[in-house]
Write a protein that binds this ligand. Structure first.
Ligand SMILES: Nc1ncnc2c1ncn2[C@@H]1O[C@H](COP(=O)(O)OP(=O)(O)OP(=O)(O)O)[C@@H](O)[C@H]1O
Ligand SMILES: Cc1ncc(COP(=O)(O)O)c(N)n1
Length: 273
């Protein structure tokens, strides 16, 4: 069985963060593991408080996984401070895992900040060069590329600018755009568009976590980046289409619908043992 590690924040309400990542991993038939970087007291409406785990404990959790288990892919989510980023980067440099997907989480869907604004420079210096695939949404791409994004052409320019910071591929996600949900992938060679019609729902808590974890699961199964993104896009679209009206704010994506509909065939999971 393929083994995928999430290094991210904990969302106690279960819709985003490590909880969404583990649900996504299970629905893809891969074995999920988690390193908690921050504990976030949040729900579908608001973030109440954030407590970061110490750098020492982040490092020890990563050691515990890598000294014992072969990791086929890593998904990195919320890293709230430069200290958290440095702790994670140090261990990734030590273990050099394959298939690193980074979702540079900056805000929750309800607008609450999840990353210190001053940490963008450290993100660019220490984390982005370690990413095989970086998945910023539009506001995140604007901060990283230091430009405004209001058109598809702007998304392409931002993807190329961010690619030049040292990651192997960038997908600027169009969840925050108007019109169709278009994601733009640049792999250093070509630009690819992944487009679906926009689903009219407020229940999009955890879409970015779901999407990046689906990409990491697919890369673990040895798919190309293009195929991994195409299949992750189909997965997140279905998870939004059947999203759950849980809580009073933005409800979470639905991982069970995908599982019931498609099951876990050997062909889908790539598991032969
Ligand atoms: N209403 C929608 N209809 C269809 N697809 C959507 C919708 N909202 C987001 N998506 C898709 O979901 C994926 C995640 O994109 P999004 O821009 O929402 O990420 P995000 O803002 O990082 O998510 P998060 O808020 O979890 O951090 C992308 O593939 C995007 O196109
Ligand atoms: C711990 C954690 N990580 C990531 C997100 C982003 O997800 P969203 O923007 O959909 O709320 C979140 N809310 N909480």
């Amino acid at each position: 069985m393929k083994k995928v590690l999430s290094i991210a924040g904990s969302d106690c309400s279960g819709g985003a963060g490590v909880q969404a990542d583990l649900k996504t991993f299970s629905a893809h038939g891969v074995f999920g593991m988690s390193v908690i970087v921050s504990v976030v007291a949040e729900n579908t409406s608001r973030v109440i408080d954030i407590q970061d785990v110490t750098s020492d404990m982040i490092g020890k959790q990563i050691d515990a996984v890598f000294e014992d288990i072969e990791v086929d892919a890593v998904k990195i989510g919320m890293l709230s401070t430069p200290e958290c980023m440095k702790a994670v980067a140090e261990k990734l440099l030590k273990y050099s895992p394959q298939n690193v997907v980074v979702d540079p989480v900056m805000y929750a869907k309800n607008g609450c900040p999840l990353m210190e604004p001053s940490a963008v420079d450290t993100l660019i210096e220490t984390i982005i060069p370690l990413a095989d695939v970086l998945t910023p949404n539009i506001p995140e791409a604007e901060k990283i590329a230091d430009m405004q994004i209001s058109t598809i052409a702007n998304m392409e320019v931002a993807a190329k600018k961010i690619y030049a910071m040292g990651c192997k591929a960038v997908i600027v996600k169009g969840g925050h755009h108007i019109g169709n949900a278009i994601d733009i992938l640049f792999d250093g060679d070509r630009v690819y568009h992944f487009e679906t019609t926009r689903i009219d729902t407020k229940n999009t808590h955890g879409t970015g976590c779901t999407f990046s974890s689906a990409i990491a699961s697919n890369l673990a199964k040895a798919m190309s980046i293009q195929d991994a993104v195409a299949q992750a896009k189909a997965y997140v679209t279905m998870a939004i289409e059947h999203s759950l009206a849980i809580g009073n704010g933005c409800g979470p994506t639905n991982h069970f619908y995908n599982l019931y509909k498609y099951g876990l065939s050997e062909e889908r999971t790539g598991n032969t043992k």
